[in-house]
Design a protein around this ligand. Structure first.
Ligand code: PLP
Length: 389
């Protein structure tokens, strides 16, 4: 692995490669999207329209889950579950530190305490041994361990076998955060079918994204469904204007559901395309950087293609690639337990060294289903040139 970056530019300047290409997908779907939106504009059921129910049925079938409940974002999907389960002050909710902030953000919303857990260096996902250490810390602090939120970071499912065993032993509910992993598999089953429930996001940059904000909850639990639907509608009871619990405006717009139905119809094909890009990157970059490794029990949806380089080299690489029209991104530069708004919450006892190291080493390359081989080769050549290979 290289420890220096060459800063000279590529010989010719080319148009920038999109980091995520929403426009090519839009062009592929073309009039199908226009017609789907027009149908909603014509029937005018902008909230709770028929496309919402149809999407929920199709999402559940896709994930292999009993129930899918659509909602307004991935963040709200997480929050709705904590609210539906009655998570409250004094409860501990275990979150990886190396994640997008929404995973932990919803925990203080319900008055509970996020307790940060370290991740594994090879998969970027929750370290089961660190989870055990965090449970001990939570108990020492007088908190009641209630929920663990494994995150499928960058598109690869967390080690659900190990996490399930620990959750069972300690009576924790499992809330899978597959905002980045929807479409991936663990032991041959799609995410959405694990744990007590799953939250996902349809933010436009996600592998399955809408044209705005959106999300969904998946669960096998029949009793949870009416509670989630009530939370989604201001805690409504049998009568629309009876409020039996504290809720929110958590619905997915019908227009977004109509768009997602079209996108879901090509998602399988896009998953294959994403996997092809990742395989080519892996092969071409393994000798210059630490390329992502996928657990043999998993497939990744490659929400991000993230390599690791020694601290310092990563940022120089980003600057060199930028000059060649190859965008990069750093997810995440600051682990949650170091964020000003979260640093006072407890962590597993050892200072979370892996999360800290990864935040200095990771850099993500352009990744989407419409990245053709010529563009992949441009990315690969630019990375290799910058790293002196
Ligand atoms: C791991 C993770 N959890 C939750 C979310 C929140 O999803 P949304 O942006 O739809 O609220 C995201 C979005 O980026 C995410 O990456």
């Amino acid at each position: 692995m290289n420890t220096h970056v060459k800063t000279e530019s590529a010989p010719v300047s080319l148009a920038p490669i999109p980091f995520i290409d929403v426009a090519s997908q839009r062009a592929r779907l073309g009039s199908r999207i226009d017609e789907a939106v027009t149908r909603v504009l014509n029937h005018c059921r902008f909230v709770n329209g028929p496309e919402v129910t149809e999407l929920e049925t199709k999402l559940a079938a896709f994930a292999g889950a009993k129930h899918a409940i659509s909602c307004s974002s991935g963040t709200d999907a997480l929050a709705m579950l904590l609210m539906a389960w009655g998570v409250k002050a004094g409860d501990a909710v275990f979150c990886p530190s190396f994640t997008f902030c929404a995973t932990a953000e919803v925990v203080p919303w319900v008055g509970a305490t996020p307790v940060f857990v370290d991740v594994l260096e090879d998969t970027f996902n929750m370290d089961p041994r660190s989870l055990e250490a965090a449970i001990t810390v939570a108990k020492e602090k007088g908190l009641t361990p209630k929920v663990v939120i494994p995150v499928d970071l960058f598109g690869q499912p967390a080690d659900l076998d190990a996490i399930e065993a620990i959750a069972r032993e300690h009576g924790l509910k499992i809330l899978c955060d597959t905002a980045q992993g929807f479409g991936a598999t663990w032991n041959g089953k799609r995410t959405g079918s694990f744990g007590d429930a799953t939250a996902t996001s349809f933010f436009p940059a996600k592998p399955l994204g809408c044209f705005g904000d959106g999300g969904a909850v998946f669960t096998e639990d029949d009793d949870l469904v009416p509670v989630l639907k009530s939370v989604r509608e201001h805690g409504q009871g049998v009568d629309k204007y009876e409020n039996v619990r504290i809720g929110m405006t958590g619905r997915l717009d019908t227009i977004q559901a109509a768009i997602l139905l079209e996108k879901l119809s090509i998602f399988e094909d896009e998953i294959i395309a994403r996997q092809r890009v990742a395989a080519r990157y892996n092969e071409a970059l393994a000798d210059v950087a630490i390329v992502p490794s996928v657990d043999p029990r998993a497939t990744s949806i490659w929400a991000q293609y993230t390599i690791r380089l020694p601290e310092g080299v990563r940022d120089a690489l980003g600057a060199a690639l930028q000059k060649e029209g190859v965008p990069t991104a750093v997810y995440y530069r600051i682990p949650m337990h170091r964020q000003p708004a979260y640093a006072h919450y407890p962590s597993a006892g050892n200072g979370l060294p892996v999360s800290e190291r990864l935040s200095g080493e990771v850099i993500s390359l352009p990744m989407h289903a419409y990245l053709d081989e010529a563009s992949q080769d441009r990315v690969i050549a630019a990375v290799r040139r910058a790293l002196g290979k």
